[in-house]
Ligand binder design. Structure first.
Ligand SMILES: [Zn+2]
Length: 266
């Protein structure tokens, strides 16, 4: 089971792993906490955007071979223009949700599916979106309640990412709002990562999954990671998106494992 905050997070962080596991015959389930109705898009934030983004999510999930998609139905907490928690939030914003209640809702699906593995985010929520931090808290607690044995924190190895972005910046003009420096303190340093999953065979599906989230690839004027990622030149794509990274806290930091089920409880 792959737990994400908003539609399109699965495309950026875990799409290759999802496609790989589905191709190997695993039942892959995608759960999002919110419909992403406050995402940056040409459409106004609100219910209609949420509906559009859920439709995009179903398309993406189908491309990746998911057997089931669920939305917990929390409100997208949004992001303040400076990053961090927005002052104005919907009443049912995911960050204001009771962690225990949200964890129980997720645990119910984990139990129904008899899930062996749950992916969440690192404690910093990757680049720090409050809903992503909440995914970490709620996901960790849900796995405890349901007794899910493997919890993987989806992250990005920031070391090669920063190197590649700097290199790409020499011959490719990033939009002005895209600041490579924000990646220098985001996600996880290489030495803490336990799983490096090779998803090169699935980069086509991963790109298709990103493209399915069309509302997030256009419009808006600040940090639009997806739009930038889709502009990565094709030859670089396999290099940039050919690996997905996870931290499993009950294994020694830096264990060099390559499959999500490596390190499976003995
Ligand atoms: Zn997100």
């Amino acid at each position: 089971m792959f737990f994400h905050a908003h539609p399109d997070d699965e495309a950026l962080l875990t799409a290759g792993t999802m496609a790989k596991l589905a191709a190997e015959g695993h039942r892959v389930v995608l759960v999002v906490a919110t419909a992403g109705e406050r995402g940056l898009a040409e459409m106004e934030p609100g219910e209609a955007l949420g509906e559009t983004r859920l439709k995009e999510l179903y398309t993406s999930a189908a491309l990746l071979g998911c057997a089931r998609v669920e939305c917990l139905g929390y409100g997208d907490s949004g992001l303040s223009p400076k990053g961090g928690v927005a002052d104005e939030r919907p009443d049912n914003a995911f960050i204001d949700a009771d962690t225990e209640a949200a964890a129980k809702a997720l645990a119910e699906i984990l139990l129904e599916e008899k899930a062996d593995l749950l992916t969440i985010y690192d404690p910093a929520g990757g680049y720090g979106h409050p809903d992503h931090v909440q995914v970490h808290r709620v996901g960790r607690r849900a796995a405890k309640i349901a007794g899910t044995e493997i919890v993987l924190e989806a992250t990005v190895n920031r070391d090669p990412l920063v190197r590649l972005l700097r290199l790409a910046g020499r011959f490719y003009r990033f939009p002005p709002e895209f600041d490579v420096r924000t990646f220098e303190s985001a996600y996880s340093p290489g030495e803490t990562i336990t799983h490096r999953v090779n998803v090169r065979r699935y980069t086509k599906q991963k790109r298709a999954s990103m493209a399915a989230h069309a509302s997030q690839a256009s419009g808006g004027d600040s940090d639009r990671t997806l739009a930038v990622m889709l502009k990565v030149p094709r030859p670089l794509y396999r290099l940039v998106f050919g690996t997905e990274w996870y931290v499993r806290r009950d294994l020694p930091p830096g264990a060099r494992l390559s499959h999500p089920f490596d390190g499976w409880p003995k």
